[in-house]
Design a protein around this ligand. Structure first.
Ligand SMILES: *Cc1c(COP(=O)(O)O)cnc(C)c1O
Length: 468
């Protein structure tokens, strides 16, 4: 399997090359030349496999430059009860009205980002050791990506992590998760500014090609293909857990921000998994809901992006959306390059002529949720089912219930546990969210973080000194 760019100008690469690359040289994102097709006999053979064995079957189709025994060993180390809390890894819970929740947040940092990031940690260490190379990750986080990356890469050989976060903007739980790590290869940098200031610094460093090459700077966000493909696995696992036979169809409802999670669902559906619809749920930042309703993509500026109580979805330029649009326009890289030159010029684009295909061929629909919906849904599900949802999953449940058709099996993806967002849970339920074992008193541990203004030069000099 070889990988091409959504903008059509990259010579085909192997899987391992795509994971060390940030953006493709032409500014696009990596995708396989074609999606492997899963027939009914294969689906029957996969039902009943353990999560790690299923992951091996699926990833073998994509990571064709990694010897199978090595890939198997990495997956066996990643998807264990020790790391994810249950034998099933991603169990399914059914609410009283039949709506299903796919649990993806039982990993080390209590959000679905662990599902792929834990594997990416293994993969980085393996590929770097094989090549005798090192990689220094410079990332920006508003909360969940940073902790997932740090827990996946702490203590790993050949990798250092420099994670920028907006000073004082994360929840105290999220801050404690990141800043209490004491591993020598983990560096937390709080920036006096917003998430966007952190992101701008990362981009400034990426664009300093001499610095990037000298200090081997890499990236860990969901433009990385390995993260998307690792997420494909839980759509298959969720389908098997939610159904009694491969004759059934299910729909998935996905709380979305950067479109990485639901992009994996799109790929699973393209591979032949019996998925009826993919329901995209947004919060008040509804750029994706607007697209799936109108066919018009109108990315918002930072000033037009709201700070909400489902903060991990406060995104107005969904980078993985480009992967879906590539398929939507018949894999025409030149057309994608033209559309994103409009985005870069602040204009967006109009694909309303293809809205029929978005719905009928690709199965996409969407809905949006807001703070009041979130509180009402958290209260309702707590009262009716005794389940405390996190704020992002609540957005998904609200939209799933709104759009569900009679007889349709809908699986809503649980993207985080409520312990991460205690403030909103207190507002909704007047009590503390349940806290998983091992996180007691995490806020009281000593914290290690350096602070800078929103200044790329200061960050570069810190990185240079740390690596000297
Ligand atoms: C990252 C995140 C999302 C959004 O996922 P995307 O892949 O960016 O669409 C939703 N909920 C939570 C809790 C997250 O951490």
């Amino acid at each position: 399997m070889k990988y091409i760019s959504t903008r059509g100008q990259m010579a085909p690469l192997e899987f391992s090359d795509t994971i060390l690359m940030g953006l493709a040289p032409d500014g696009g994102l990596a995708l396989p030349q074609s999606y492997p097709q899963i027939d009914r006999a294969t689906l029957d053979a996969w039902r009943g496999l353990s999560y790690a064995d299923l992951a091996f079957e699926i990833l073998s189709l994509f990571a064709t430059d990694i010897p199978p025994a090595d890939l198997k060993a990495m997956l066996d180390r990643t998807y264990t009860r020790e790391v994810f809390g249950t034998e099933a890894i991603t169990p399914v819970k059914t609410l009283h009205d039949g709506l299903k929740l796919l649990e993806l947040s039982n990993g080390p940092t209590l959000a679905f980002k662990d599902m792929a990031m834990q594997f990416l940690g293994q993969l980085f260490e393996y590929v770097l050791a094989k090549r005798g190379e090192t990689l220094n990750i410079l990332g920006a986080t508003s909360g969940d990506t940073g902790s997932a990356a740090e827990y996946a890469l702490r203590g790993k050989a050949g990798v250092n992590v420099f994670m920028l976060s907006p000073k004082g903007k994360m929840s105290s739980f999220q801050r404690a998760q990141m800043f209490s790590l004491t591993d020598a290869n983990i560096h937390n940098i709080a920036i006096d500014g917003m998430f966007d200031d952190c992101q701008d610094i990362v981009k400034a460093v990426q664009n300093d090609h001499a610095f990037k090459a000298a200090y081997k700077i890499g990236t860990v966000n969901s433009i990385n293909w390995a993260r998307v493909v690792a997420q494909v696995v839980y759509y298959f696992a969720g389908y098997f857990n939610a159904t009694g036979s491969n004759d059934e169809q299910v729909s998935f409802c996905v709380p979305s921000g950067n479109f990485g999670n639901v992009c994996a669902g799109h790929i699973a559906r393209q591979m032949g998994l019996p998925v009826a619809r993919l329901i995209v749920a947004t919060n008040e930042n509804d750029v994706l809901d607007e697209f799936f309703k109108t066919g018009v993509y109108r990315p918002r500026s930072t000033e037009q992006t709201f700070v909400t109580s489902s903060p991990s979805m406060d995104i107005s330029k969904a980078s993985n959306f480009e992967r879906f649009v590539f398929d939507l326009v018949g894999r025409d890289g030149a057309e994608v390059a033209r559309l994103w030159s409009e985005v870069d010029a602040g204009r967006g684009f109009d694909l309303s002529a293809r809205l029929d295909a978005v719905r009928s061929e690709f199965g996409f629909v969407s809905g949006a949720s807001n703070h009041a919906d979130r509180l009402a849904t958290i209260r309702q599900v707590d009262g009716e089912d005794g389940v405390v949802l996190d704020t992002h999953t609540a957005d998904g449940v609200k939209v799933a219930r709104e759009l569900r058709l009679t007889g349709e099996t809908v699986v809503c993806l649980e993207t985080a546990l409520p312990a991460k967002f205690a403030e909103t849970i207190r507002e909704a339920l007047n009590r503390e969210p349940p806290r998983p074992a091992g996180f007691e008193g995490i806020e009281d541990l000593p914290q290690r973080v350096v602070e800078f203004g929103a200044d790329a030069a200061a960050v570069k000099s810190y990185v240079a000194h740390a690596l000297a």
